[in-house]
Design a protein around this ligand. Structure first.
Ligand code: IPE
Ligand code: IPE
Ligand code: MG
Length: 225
């Protein structure tokens, strides 16, 4: 039986969820944040899961209307401030990935603060992908190591990435079947699950069902069974 040690999720469909109810798109992001909390605490209490990486803001999401981007920034700051006790009570370590230098100083401080205050937690690692894009991550990694005169090895590149851990199970909600620049290197052998449920409607029982299917898949990694 496979163990879903590292789960990664493209949390998609917030805007459509809100629009379907005649609400503004940002209401969907608010509802989505509640699901982040539920799914994270579920994973923290699941014995197989060591790492949960959630796509929260991509390097491409800056193309959205200014007001939506600003709302997302405020929501992120509020979430991290409010949920620090949840991280601590559930022994969750917060490890952001992505290039947060593009964010306001205040948001950067909040991100670093939650990271530092949860650094001693040794249960689940929750990574939020913030201003994250796999192309940007890979380029930053290459630029970090290119000064060395040796040939770059797979291990060297992997160690220079923001996320150094292969993904076992990658889920995308919201009905689209694409990766949208998420964890391209780390998902080389991930099992991919796409579901139509919009992120604010996603429930822990949906995750449970996906994990159940995942445990039964024959993962061959190019070999034979
Ligand atoms: C995902 O939901 C959240 C972010 C990208 C921040 P969307 O906002 O992409 O929702 P849809 O896909 O437009 O419904
Ligand atoms: C991917 O969703 C990014 C996040 C969930 C943060 P998008 O809604 O931005 O992706 P596309 O534009 O549909 O590919
Ligand atoms: Mg979307």
């Amino acid at each position: 039986m496979n163990r879903a040690k590292h789960i990664a999720i493209v949390m998609d469909g917030n805007g459509r969820w809100a629009e379907l109810q005649g609400k503004k798109r940002v209401k969907g992001h608010e509802a989505g944040a509640k699901v982040v909390k539920k799914v994270t605490t579920y994973c923290a209490n699941h014995e197989d899961i060591e790492r949960l990486t959630l796509y929260a803001f991509s390097t491409e999401n800056w193309k959205r209307p200014r007001l939506e981007v600003e709302f997302l920034m405020k929501l992120l700051e509020k979430y991290l401030r409010n949920e620090l006790p949840t991280y601590l009570e559930n022994n969750i370590r917060f490890e952001p990935i992505g290039d947060i230098r593009a964010f306001s100083k205040s948001l950067q401080r909040t991100i670093k603060d939650v990271k530092e205050k949860t650094a001693h937690c040794d249960g689940l690692v929750q990574s939020l992908a913030l201003n994250y894009g796999a192309h940007d991550e890979i380029l930053r990694a290459i630029n970090k190591i290119k000064t060395s005169s040796e040939n770059i090895t797979e291990a060297m590149l992997s160690n220079a990435l923001d996320c150094k851990h292969n993904v076992d199970l990658l889920i995308r909600t919201g009905g689209d079947h694409r990766l949208s620049n998420f964890l391209l290197w780390q998902s080389a052998y991930a099992e991919l699950f796409f579901c139509d449920t919009l992120w604010p409607d996603f429930e822990t029982k949906d995750l449970e069902q996906i994990i159940k299917k995942f445990t039964k898949i024959e993962r061959r990694f190019g070999g034979l069974k």
